[in-house]
Design a protein around this ligand. Structure first.
Ligand code: PEP
Length: 258
């Protein structure tokens, strides 16, 4: 919408080893090349598991692909005694552009709080990574009709203390938890309602110009068959795609939604 470049980002979750990662990215690149995809018109990114990133980097560099990539999470710390964690400097060194922060699966299975998510957003920005900040309500909240205030509270917490220059680098992904991996996609109107409210909140917290520049994605059971209607909404600037991004042909069709 407006002059925001749409972003289609594939979140592979805990799927595909480093060899499968290479063939998947290769197939995606071929699919998009066949379709003469204009990467400047619709940006393409994948978020593979950490163990795949070095392989993806090597392929992207060798073949000069326009495909961007990033991590699915990062530590709030720069380095040190944090066994099992991966830091922002490590992701930056691998050529990552993006990093997902606060995905609902992290919030749920790893008890990530709004405060931790905010610290991770700061860690990403400090290392030149664009955080893809994931927010969105569960079924309970949706049934109570509280999806807008709930999601905006997550946005407020995550952006707290950031400068306008920093917020300009953030991508927000509205992912209603009840629509993730369930096959139950939000209606285009549901997506627009909350994505529009997120943009309006950024305008309130900062200004309209910045709000008009920040990309707000929708995520939750996006497929080639439903992406066009969602992308037709004025405040939806792309999609965060889980399951459907594992199939490079299907993800290619999502990227080419028009
Ligand atoms: C996600 O994990 O961010 C997601 C949207 O998953 P799915 O597309 O599988 O619902």
């Amino acid at each position: 919408a407006e002059n925001r470049t749409p972003l289609m980002a594939g979140n592979w979750k805990m799927n595909l080893d480093h060899q499968q990662a290479i063939s998947t990215v290769q197939k995606l690149a071929w699919t998009l090349k066949d379709a003469k995809h204009d990467y400047a018109a619709v940006e393409v990114a994948v978020l593979p598991p950490f163990t795949d990133l070095r392989s993806v980097q090597t392929l992207v560099d060798a073949d000069k692909l326009d495909i961007r990539y990033g991590g699915q999470d990062l530590s709030q710390h720069e380095s040190g005694a944090f066994t099992g964690e991966v830091s922002g400097p490590m992701l930056a060194k691998l050529g990552c552009t993006y990093v997902a922060v606060g995905h609902s699966e992290r919030r749920e299975h790893h008890n990530e709080s709004d405060e931790l998510v905010a610290a991770k957003v700061v860690a990403a920005l400090k290392n030149g990574l664009s955080p893809i900040l994931c927010v969105g309500e569960g079924l309970h909240v949706r049934k109570a009709g509280e999806q807008v205030p709930f999601t905006l509270a997550q946005v407020d917490a995550a952006l707290n203390g950031l400068s306008a220059e920093e917020v300009a680098k953030v991508v927000v992904a509205y992912e209603p938890v009840w629509a993730i991996g369930t096959g139950e996609v939000a209606t285009p109107q549901d997506a627009q309602e909350v994505c529009g409210a997120i943009r309006a909140r950024i305008a309130e917290l900062y200004d309209a110009e910045l709000a008009g520049a920040v990309r707000v994605l929708y995520g939750g059971s996006v497929k080639s068959g439903n992406v066009a209607q969602i992308m037709a909404q004025p405040d939806v600037d792309g999609a965060l795609v889980g399951g459907a991004s594992l199939d490079p042909e299907e993800f290619g069709r999502i990227v080419r939604y028009q």
